[in-house]
Every structure is written in C-alpha cells, then in structure tokens.
Design a protein around this ligand. Structure first.
Ligand SMILES: Cc1cc2nc3c(=O)[nH]c(=O)nc-3n(C[C@H](O)[C@H](O)[C@H](O)COP(=O)(O)OP(=O)(O)OC[C@H]3O[C@@H](n4cnc5c(N)ncnc54)[C@H](O)[C@@H]3O)c2cc1C
Length: 436
C-alpha cells in the first residue's frame, strides 16, 4: 500500500499518523522542528501544547467531554497520551506537556512512523497527502498553501465574536427583527435604555483584556476592531457602530431603543447566535460578566467566547468536503486548526478523521464522515458547509448538534445520542479497514 505523507507533526498530524498505522498503513511525518520553531513552539518533540496544558473537561455534560469519548472509541493516540501523562485537575484532562509530547513521539516511532525533520517549503507530489501545519504554519509553506487554495482563501488572523445558545436568551426582553424590516426576522435584537447602556459601557471600558503576544502586534489593523478598542474612542462610538439602533423598533415600547445589540444565526439548526460586531480580547471571565449586562443575555450560556489571535486557516466551506478532502484535488486532505476547527481536542479529532480517510483512499476505499448527530461529524460538517458565509473557526459545542429531548435535559440527550451513533458508525464503517 502507498504510504501517506503528513506535513506537520502537531496534534492533528500525529493523530492522523497513528490512525493510519493502526489500520495497517504506512505514514511519514514531515515536521519542521527542531530545525525551525514557530513563535509559540519550544519543544523538539511532536504534538506540543503551545499554551494551556488542558484538554478541557472529561464530563459528558459538555461537548469537550463527548468529543474525547468519541475519540476514545477510535483508540485515539492523543487521548491515550493524555491519560498516560495526566496531572490532577478534577474533571479536566490536564497533562504534563513535556511528558505528553514525548509519549506521542515515542509511540509513533515505536509503530514505525518515519519522522523527517526540516521545514517543508513546497507541496510534495506524493498522494494521499495530509496538510496539518496548524495555526502558525511557516511563512514559506503558507505561500504554497495560498497557491494551492487561492490567495484570498487562507486567513492569517481570526477575530471571533462570542456565540450564545439561543435557548439561553430571554426573548421576553429581546425581539426578532431586521434593520428597516429588510430581510425578515433574521436577527435577535437586545434593546438598551440609556441607563442600561451607561452601565454596560462602563463595565466594558473597565474590563481586563488579554495582552497580545509579541508576534500578534498590529492585529487590529488586519481584521475587525475589538469592541473594547472601539469603546476607548468614547461613549458614542458604539452607538454609531455595532450598537446603533437605527431602523429598529422595540415592539414592546413601539419606540427606537437607545442602543441595540444584534445577534445573527450561526448554524443551520438555529441553536446558536453570534453577537454581531463583538470580536474582543476581553478575558473569558470578563466577557461573561460584561456581556451578561446586555438586556436579554443576563443568563446567556456561551458556546464560544470571543478571540482575536494569529491563526492560519483556510476557507474550508469553499474548499473541503466533510471527509476533509480538497474538492479540487481529493487526494489532498487538510487536518487540524488550519481547517477552521478551534482547540487542541478539535484539532486532534480532525487529524483522526483525516488519517482514517487518507488510509481509506490509499486502500481504494471511499472516504467517510461520522453522522451529524456526533460531535466529530457535526464539526466536520460545520467547517465544510458550502452555504456558510463569513466563516470563522469553531470549537466543539452542543449547539452544533441537532436538537434532542426536552429543553431541560437536551444536552444529556444530545450527548447520549452522539456516543451511541458514533459507536454504530465506527463499528459499521470502519470494521473492514481496521481489520476487526
Ligand atoms: C499561541 C496559541 C495558543 C493556543 N492555545 C490553545 C489552548 O490553550 N487550548 C487549545 O485548546 N487550543 C489552543 N490553541 C489552538 C490550537 O488548538 C493549537 O494551536 C493546536 O496545537 C492545533 O493543532 P494542529 O495540529 O492543527 O497544529 P499544531 O499543533 O501547531 O501542529 C502543526 C505542526 O506543524 C509544524 N509546521 C508548521 N509549518 C511547517 C512546515 N512548513 N513544515 C513542516 N512542519 C511545519 C509545526 O512545527 C507544528 O509542529 C492555540 C493556538 C495558538 C497559535
């Protein structure tokens, strides 16, 4: 069987290599470390956790826990390494990052994965090929990726606004409407009185912000301006910007509110809403505190919080299938954060599926994707959804899953169904290629 070349030995690339060799295939990982390091990587070994040492919660009450459980069903290397090197952190799966990275490297070497170090500067001819060079893809290789996917289809920064679960928005206060009535009731609008706006503005101005890392200088000029930077220009700036009330009438008062925050639907199912224009660098605890001062969002649950950071990712909805193949060259697969999934576990899950599919393509089998009711399947569909405009990276969250059960135990029903469907998919679709 043909060997699969994987560019980038991070979380996605390492997991992909492991899945390939576990199924009986051969994999070669091309990794630029230790000859060359990105501004955030330091260790010479593979699968380096560049910031936090946590792979988030293991509880099945939340999406991170369910995603990890799906990965366990596929015998994930990243989960195995995390369990072998875990440090005490309650329900969180936290690890000793050096031991974790060494474990992954030794495991792959022990299974015969060839690791060739040095920066890759051009797309190799060999197929199948997996590109998993991550959010800090080297500049020279990023240029090659741009040539492959199109110059306007590789982004270097992301500026994401928080996303709220719709069922946590108080619709007694918020109302559905579009500005000037154009476009139907597409937006959820949160109306402010003058006093509510003053309180919100003060909290926003005084909140703690995350400091940009050295290599992130100049970020605001590249993409949209953070909401708190806009607020620094004076109390009226937001009223002429993302919080402008023009063209909106509150049906409860019959008047135009003093200010309005708009939320736009984020997913096909309508369970997630994005706070329009609220890209931010406030710390996560401050975002929850300040954004819950928005009328209607007092009890908001956040599926994703806002961020602004260096992140190379492709415009996957225009480029990839849900099996992570490049549509125009289906023997090239992309995996990890570069596809627009966000987070350590999400990147590894994406690598897992890319590895499974690269092996299948090398074996003359059709590629697969888990059903949309599973978190892996839902994430892959989110990033490859052709209908998606203004694509922004996404982490695993329950709002990506179709609804299940009654409101009070919806998350539990979604989790139960995700795991049961993933197990069935795994046993039925992967049995032959795993030689079970
Ligand atoms: C600064 C920063 C902090 C982050 N913090 C967190 C966090 O705390 N929690 C979280 O869940 N997520 C975090 N993320 C997001 C993301 O989860 C991680 O970046 C994750 O490591 C992505 O996995 P990956 O496999 O896609 O990329 P990576 O793990 O970065 O792996 C990519 C690999 O490709 C190599 N590479 C790059 N270019 C080339 C080339 N030309 N030739 C050969 N090799 C190359 C790199 O050296 C690297 O080893 C962070 C991202 C960044 C940038």
């Amino acid at each position: 069987m043909k060997e699969v070349i994987i560019i980038g030995g991070g979380l996605a690339g390492s997991e992909a290599a492991y899945q390939i060799v576990k199924m009986g295939g051969r994999a070669i990982v091309l990794e630029m470390k230790p000859e060359r390091f990105s501004p955030a990587h330091n260790l010479p070994t593979l699968s380096e956790l560049v910031c936090s040492n946590s792979l988030k919660s293991e509880s099945l009450e939340n999406a991170a826990g369910v995603l990890k459980e799906e990965m366990r069903i596929c015998g994930s290397l990243i989960i195995k390494a995390a369990e072998a090197t875990r440090v005490p952190a309650g329900k969180t799966l936290a690890v000793d990052r050096k031991a974790f990275s060494e474990f992954v490297t030794e495991e792959l070497k022990g299974l015969g994965v060839k690791i060739i170090t040095g920066e890759v500067m051009a797309i190799p001819e060999s197929r199948p090929l997996i590109i998993a060079t991550g959010p800090l893809t080297s500049d020279a290789f990023a240029e090659e990726v741009q040539k492959l996917v199109g110059h306007d289809r590789l982004h270097f920064y992301d500026a994401v606004a928080p996303i709220v679960y719709k069922d946590s928005i108080n619709m007694e206060k918020a109302f559905m409407a579009s500005r000037y009535g154009k476009g139907g009731d597409d937006y959820i609008n949160c109306p402010f009185t003058e006093e509510e706006y003053a309180r919100f503005f003060e909290a926003l101005r005084d909140a703690d912000k995350v400091k940009p890392r050295g290599f992130e200088d100049g970020l605001y000029f590249e993409r949209c301006m953070p909401i708190e930077v806009m607020a620094e220009r004076g109390p009226k700036t937001l009223l002429f910007g993302p919080m402008r009330p023009v063209g909106l009438t509150d049906p409860r008062t019959g008047k135009r509110p003093f200010a309005v925050v708009q939320l736009r639907r984020e997913d096909k199912e309508g369970g997630l809403y994005n706070i329009v224009g609220f890209q931010t660098r406030l710390t996560f605890p401050e975002q929850k505190k300040v954004f819950r001062l928005i009328p209607g969002l007092e009890a908001a649950e956040f599926a994703r919080l806002g961020k602004l950071h260096r992140n190379s990712y492709i415009d996957s909805p225009r480029l990839l299938t849900n099996a992570q193949q490049l549509r125009k060259d289906p023997l090239i697969l992309f995996a990890g954060q570069i596809t627009g999934v966000e987070g350590y576990t999400e990147s590894a899950a994406s690598g897992m599926l890319a590895g499974i599919n690269a092996f299948r393509l090398a074996s003359g089998l059709l590629p697969v994707c888990p059903p949309p009711t599973t978190l892996t399947g839902a994430l892959m569909r989110y990033v490859s959804d052709e209908g998606k405009r203004d694509f922004q990276p996404m982490n695993a969250n329950m709002g990506l899953l179709p609804e299940a059960g009654a409101k009070k135990d919806r998350r539990e029903a979604q989790a139960r169904r995700a795991l049961s469907d993933f197990k069935v998919w795994h046993d039925e679709s992967l049995a032959t290629s795993r030689g079970i």
